[in-house]
Each structure stands twice: as C-alpha cells, then as structure tokens.
Design a protein. Structure first.
Length: 587
C-alpha cells in the first residue's frame, strides 16, 4: 500500500512540474522574439521618434517666432498660477514665511507672511540697523537690478506708508520712502526699489513668456534700512504685507494684472503649508463646501463679528458679540480679559465633569505660556488632549466652527518636562485676534472683492516633511503630530499623510516579477494538492486498518465459537457413551 501512495504522489508532482514548465516556456516564447523582428521594430521606432522630434522642433520655432512678434500688451494680460510653499520657523514665535527670488541673479529672499501690515520689504546690505536674518540682503548698490523709485513715479502712489509729498518740486530727485510703526513697537523704515520678482515654485519652470510679464512691470520692494522689535529679531529676511488695504502686496499684483482675482489663500500645516495667489486651489481640500465669514468694513484688518464662544457641551456663550480679525504673526488666539477668564473657568468645569473625567491634567498659569498641564510622556499628553480636552465652538454669522483641541493647544517642552497649554491669551482690548492655531488644518481664503473669509479643511502639508536645514537646525518636537491626528479625525488612513490625487497603487510592470508570481502560485498549488492527496491516503489507510482489525476479531470470534461447539459436541458423545454402557450393565 505504501508503494501505491508513493507512486500517486510522484505522478501528481511530475504532472504539476510539467505544467509549470509549459507556462514558463510559453511566457518566454511570448516575450522573446526573433532578433530580426526586434531590429525591424527598433528601426520603425527610431524613425517615429525622429519624425516627432522634427515636428516638435518646427512647432517650437513657430511658437518662438509668434512670441517675439506678439505685442507686449498681450504678454501683460496673461495670468499665471502662483502657488507658494510656506515654511514654519520654530526658533522664534513659530511664524510662517515664504521665499521669493529677486533680480536678474534671482537672489533668494525669505518673507514673513503678515496679514496685518501692507509692506513688502527686505533689509538692504548696507544697513547697520537691521537684525541677522536667513539669507542675503538686497544689494541696493546694484543700480541695474535695483532701481530706486522716485516720488514722481506712478508706482510710488500705489505702495503703502510712503512719505512722499506730490507737491514737492524736488520729487523727481527724492526716493519713494516709507515708515511704519505699530503700537507694540514693531516698525520698518527705508525706501522702495523697483525689481524683478520670481515666485518660488514658478522660477525653475518659468517660461520666457512668464519672465517677460514680470520684467514688464515695476514691482516695488521696500529696501529696509532700520528695523524695530519683532522685525529685527525674526529669522526671515523681510515681510510680505497681505492686509486688507488697497495698497498691500496682493493689491499690487492684482492692479498690475499679474493675478486674475483680488484674493489669496493660506493653508497652514504644523510644519509647512502653501499660499495660493489670485485663485482658489481646491486640489488639497477635504470638502467641497467652503464656509464664509462676512467682513465688517474695509479697514486694514480682515475684521468680522464673533457672535459666540462655547466650551465643550455648554450651550451658554462666553460673549454676546465682539469684533475680531486674523493675525498670522501670532501663534496664540487673543481674547478680551474677561472673556479669557470665563473660558478658563469653563475649561476647568468641563474637565471636572463626567465628560472630562478629571483627566485633563493639573492646570497652572505660566508666564508667557498661559494655562498649562505638565506631562512626562508625550504619547499620554496627546491622548489627554485628544480624548479629554473640550472642543471650542466659535459662532460666526453664517456657521459654527468647531475647534478641535489638537489644533488650539500649544506644545512646549524643556528637558524631561512637557507642557500642553491652552492656546489662548488675554489683552485689554474688546477684540478677538485669531492666531495661526485657528488657521491650522484649514485653507483660509481671503476674498477681498467679495469681502469675506472662506474656511475649508485641507491637507496643508502637501509634501514630505522638511529637513533640519530648512528649519535652521531646530526641529519642533511636535512636527507632524497635529496633522496626523487631524487627518485621523477625518478618517484618512489612521493619520498617515494623505495627498489628494497623488496616491500610487502597486504596479507589476516587470516580466520577472510576473514570472516569479506565477511560479510561486504554482508551487503553492502543488503543495496544497500534495497535502490533500496525503490526507486522503492517510484517511483511507486508517479506514482500511480499522476494517482489518474488525475482520480479525470476527474470525477469532467464529473460531472460538466453533471450538466451543466442538467441545460441547464432545461432551455430549461421552455422555451418550456413558449412558450406553450403563444400559449394557443393567441388562
């Protein structure tokens, strides 16, 4: 029986191996072609490529001739998609900045994103009153690239904070100077230069036509000679003023017809983000619905009404109705003093309730940080913030914005001590100032013409994490955490970075991979078949052995019965004989 089993197994294996050989040879024959046929195909391909190259060359020549012959006004009216990467500086105030390339030499300059001021300026190389910044200063000694604007220039009337007097007889000789001073002491002083500006993501792939557009306009950039306060201490070179005034940088781009619409959007991530100029880029939006907040007036700030603030599940608002605006130079959100006190009280009441389960952490006030809870473990800190801290709802005219704690909290660490702080501070003014913690995880659209601000959840990261070099060697311990948890809340692959429209599926393009997969599947099939056969044979063998034992037992039983019957028969004959003898004796 064992020989029969071996024979069956050998037959099955040989049949399967022959099948595999047939499939592999079939693949080889299908993939390998005769050399002559391959050569002929290559020749046809090269002919096609050469033809296509000739056609492409002719088209390029025609296009360049048309571009050269086209009037300059047509070049001016062409619009381009301006999408800028935003970077976060963790070394000071956690602000966001972008990069532009200035002049024919395309010198890189970094600019703070500022929605409160209108200035577009960078320090001059000859100034001794400016701070130490990231890159090279503007070289105001190079008069070919940096042409000083005079008071008589039309562009000088379009820029902010100018000190020019149009009635001055010597305005042709005087530089178009500027000076701004904020109430907190921050300020800038200098004069305007006319220069060529290239945007970061456009400068490498910019066509000659695009370069003509920028060359044909005098884009004024402030040459700062004196910096005060925050502007002197920050690492970014200059400031990009994007406030609501008619002479801010975004207005200048629109008035010079470089962008289509008088709008821009800011999408701030925990590490980086992006800025769109002149249009709404919906590529990275998580929702098709954009909620809008109407603006109150046309002041320099993007001002709106805040109708209510709710903490947790409490339906009673902390405020009746106050004005507020957005400030991208602030990391925290600032509230009126009394409102701030109420918010902290509501926060503590929530934490001591059934919802908070007394697990929010022990809160204490810290100077410059506000109310914070200490933790020794970062994972536990994030769990507490995510699961036990309350949502804060901001009520606007058109919608309610639910603010997740993972976005409004502020992370701070020193040594082994880690702090989770409520991202709010107080001031004396009866206004709310929404900082960058309000904007994070959303594409915030500043519709200047429609006088409204749009908000939509978005993937602001958009790219891989930045390196240490891009953050001046300092990496925030919380890099990427907020975005991962925000994405996890939205259900995007357990918090993994999700870039809309750029996910790649696994593709098996290689014939070797295909052959390997086929062989592997065939081998697995053989193993499964052999196992089935072995199991069946073992089962049959077991049944046969059972039958054998049963038959043996039955044979034994019959033999015993026969012997007993024989014995019984013997006893009976003896008895008969005994009776016969007895009868004889009696007679």
């Amino acid at each position: 029986m064992s020989k029969l089993k071996l024979a069956i197994i050998i037959l099955i294996i040989s049949a399967c191996l022959s099948q595999i050989k047939q499939t592999s040879t079939g693949k080889k024959t299908s993939h390998t072609k005769p050399k002559k046929e391959e050569k002929a195909q290559k020749a046809v391909k090269t002919q096609k490529v050469e033809k296509a190259q000739k056609v492409e060359k002719a088209q390029k020549v025609e296009m360049t001739q048309n571009a050269e012959n086209a009037p300059k006004e047509e070049d001016k009216n062409q619009k381009f998609k301006l999408l800028q990467t935003l970077y976060r500086d963790f070394s000071y105030n956690n602000y966001y900045y972008t990069a532009l390339y200035i002049g024919d030499k395309q010198v890189k300059q970094t600019f703070l994103i500022d929605t409160v001021t209108s200035m577009m300026s960078s320090p001059c190389v000859q100034s001794n009153y400016c701070g130490k910044h990231k890159t090279h200063y503007l070289d105001d000694s190079d008069k070919k690239s940096n042409v000083p604007l005079k008071c008589s220039s039309k562009v000088c009337n379009m820029v902010p904070s100018t000190e020019c007097n149009q009635e001055d007889e010597n305005k042709d000789k005087k530089n178009c100077a500027f000076y701004i001073q904020k109430s907190n002491g921050d300020g800038l002083k200098g004069y305007y230069l006319s220069n060529i500006v290239y945007f970061e993501e456009a400068q490498n792939s910019a066509s000659e036509n695009q370069k003509k557009v920028f060359r044909s306009h005098a884009l004024p950039i402030g040459c700062t000679s004196v910096e005060y306060g925050f502007y002197k201490e920050m690492k970014a070179d200059g400031v990009m003023g994007l406030n609501n005034e008619d002479n801010s940088f975004i207005s200048l781009l629109y008035n010079l017809k470089i962008i289509d619409k008088n709008l821009f959007s800011l999408c701030l991530g925990s590490e980086r983000g992006y800025m769109s100029l002149g249009e709404i880029d919906t590529t990275y939006h998580f929702s098709k619905t954009i909620n809008y907040i109407p603006l109150v007036n046309s002041s320099q700030f993007y001002t709106f009404y805040l109708n209510g603030i709710l903490v947790g599940y409490n339906k009673d608002s902390l405020i009746t109705k106050i004005k507020g605006y957005i400030d991208t130079t602030r990391e925290y959100t600032v509230l009126p003093k009394d409102t701030y006190k109420l918010l902290i009280k509501e926060f503590e009441d929530f934490c001591s309730s059934k919802k908070g389960k007394n697990k929010c952490g022990k809160m204490a006030y810290e100077k410059d940080l506000g109310y914070c809870a200490d933790f020794s473990n970062k994972d536990y800190l994030l769990k507490v913030v995510k699961e036990y801290w309350p949502n804060i709802t901001l009520q606007f005219n058109n919608f309610n914005y639910v603010w997740k704690p993972i976005n409004y909290y502020h992370y701070y660490s020193k040594g082994n001590i880690m702090k989770a702080c409520i991202g709010f501070k107080s001031h004396r003014a009866e206004k709310a100032i929404l900082g960058t913690n309000f904007m994070q995880g959303n594409d915030v659209i500043f519709e200047r013409e429609n006088k409204s601000i749009g908000i939509v959840p978005a993937d602001c990261a958009r790219k891989s994490p930045i390196s240490k070099a891009e953050t001046n060697g300092k990496i925030n311990p919380d890099i990427g955490i907020r975005e991962k948890i925000h994405n996890a809340i939205l259900g995007n692959n357990e918090g993994l970075t999700f870039i809309k429209g750029k996910n790649k599926e696994l593709e098996f393009n290689s014939p070797r991979v295909l052959n390997f997969v086929i062989l592997l599947i065939s081998f697995l099939i053989i193993v499964i078949v052999v196992l089935i056969v072995v199991i069946v044979l073992m089962y049959k063998n077991k049944e046969y052995s059972k039958l054998q034992t049963v038959s043996d037992e039955s044979n034994k039983y019959t033999q015993n019965n026969v012997m007993e019957e024989i014995n019984d028969t013997k006893i009976t004959q003896e008895e008969v004989q005994f009776l016969k003898n007895m009868m004889k004796n009696t007679h």
